[in-house]
Design a protein around this ligand. Structure first.
Ligand SMILES: [Zn+2]
Length: 418
């Protein structure tokens, strides 16, 4: 080794998954362990970045990975050789994936300077054109290893261009022993409940409305669990606490990742509009709502799993003014993630009453009449201020239950939209 200057390399990886085999977090862990074990490089931070939820090639959650690695300025060649060798082995293992489904199309990138941040924003908010990103990446001078069409470059380049801030959250990912993959995970409900109590800086551990844990995936992937929280220390401490319990499976390896989860980065901001017709139920029991906003008609959609958001939207009426946070899907409809009612039109309850009974209309152009005493009244409706039923709210905003929210969505108890 020479006493060359220390420099930073950013490494990104995506699209190594197959629905029945592999997991990008696990692949990346093996690469970073290889890098650390070489004793030439120091991995100082791992990052897990969630991207545009409607991306056509997304895997569950659409996550990509990156890591900050400190290297000597004259050892870039060694780093690239090591990465290249690892990537060849990855390609070999991918060639053994089951045939069905979309084949993995991995890409590993290395950069020695900060890439344009627009790569991240374009990838978290919208569809990215593969060829365009490929040419931007090679023009920028990324070192690129890719297989097949190299779809992974979109996520890998986005993951290295994300600039975290002090609000970014953390997820500690723990992986399983290889021989256990595909078997039931041994993570008891009690352990998750107690962990949430003893480690209050962790969050989204459970969905109390469904009484189920949210840390362990249900797919046959190598992940044992992911613990989310506000700091690296909080998730690491919670993991160590879990690993000392009898009712929790031992993990084979683990690592905290800084993430863009709960950032709302996928959303462009609050919109407001007026409901122009009563909500209708669409296919698959989702609810459609037509609103006019900024002079344009927009279709809002809530899925039946949307909990309070769905229940509220079903009770809306023509003329109600609402605000929302949502994501435009490729078909132009907006999938609601949070909603609040700014002002509701009065809900008509009945005609006025007389002699203990509701007055009746005596016909077109005629007044209301009491059928008992014959008293007449001008025609009008009784109304009452509206309060939606079956929903509870934080400061007027409604959100789906925890297990139905996107990884990127900021829960209302982490901040009211503004
Ligand atoms: Zn009367």
């Amino acid at each position: 080794m020479t006493d060359g200057q220390r420099i930073t390399a950013i490494i990104g990886l995506d699209d190594t998954d197959h629905p029945e085999a592999g997991c990008t977090t696990h692949s990346f862990d093996s690469l970073l362990r290889t890098i650390s074990d070489s004793n030439m490089f120091e991995v100082t931070e791992r990052r897990l970045v969630r991207l545009w939820p409607f991306a056509s090639r997304r895997t569950r959650g659409n996550g990509a990975l990156s890591a900050i690695v400190k290297i000597n300025s004259d050892s870039a060649v060694e780093l690239e050789e090591l990465c290249g060798k690892w990537f060849d082995e990855l390609a070999l293992s991918i060639s053994k994936h089951p045939d069905e489904g979309i084949p993995a199309s991995p890409c590993l990138v290395i950069s020695y300077r900060n890439p344009p941040e627009s790569w991240y924003w374009d990838s978290v908010r919208d569809q990215v054109d593969l060829e365009k990103r490929k040419s931007e990446a090679s023009e920028f001078g990324l070192k690129i290893f890719s297989l097949g069409e190299g779809w992974g470059i979109i996520g890998a380049s986005a993951a290295i261009s994300w600039m975290p801030n002090q609000d970014s959250s953390w997820e500690l990912v723990a992986w399983r022993d290889e021989v256990k993959v595909g078997t039931n995970r041994d993570v008891s409900q009690e352990s998750v409940i107690e962990m949430a109590e003893k480690h209050p800086e962790t969050f989204l551990n459970r969905d109390p409305t469904k009484g189920k844990g949210m840390i362990a995936p249900r797919t046959p992937c190598p992940v044992l669990y992911g613990i989310r929280g506000s700091t690296c220390e909080a998730v690491s401490e919670a993991h160590k606490w879990m690993q000392e319990r009898e009712d929790v499976e031992r993990s084979s390896s683990w690592a905290p990742h800084r993430t863009n989860q709960l950032s709302d980065d996928h959303l462009a901001g609050i919109c407001s509009g007026t409901v122009i017709m009563p909500p209708s139920e669409g296919r698959g029991a989702h609810t459609n709502l037509s609103v006019i906003s900024g002079g344009c008609t927009r279709q809002l959609v809530v899925f039946k799993e949307g909990g309070h958001v769905n229940r509220l939207v079903r009770q809306l009426n023509t003329g109600d003014r609402i605000s929302w946070l949502g994501l435009e899907s490729p078909d132009g409809s907006i999938h609601l993630e949070r909603v609040s009612v700014q002002s509701a039109v009065p809900r008509i309850s009945s005609r006025p009453s007389c002699c203990g009974r509701t007055m009746r209309s005596a016909g077109r152009g005629q007044p209301l009449r009491c059928l008992l005493c014959g008293e007449n009244s001008e025609k009008f409706w009784m109304s009452k201020p509206w309060s939606p039923s079956g929903v509870s709210s934080i400061s007027g905003w409604y959100e789906p239950t925890p297990s139905q929210r996107r990884h990127l969505a900021k829960p209302l108890n982490h901040g009211i939209p503004s």
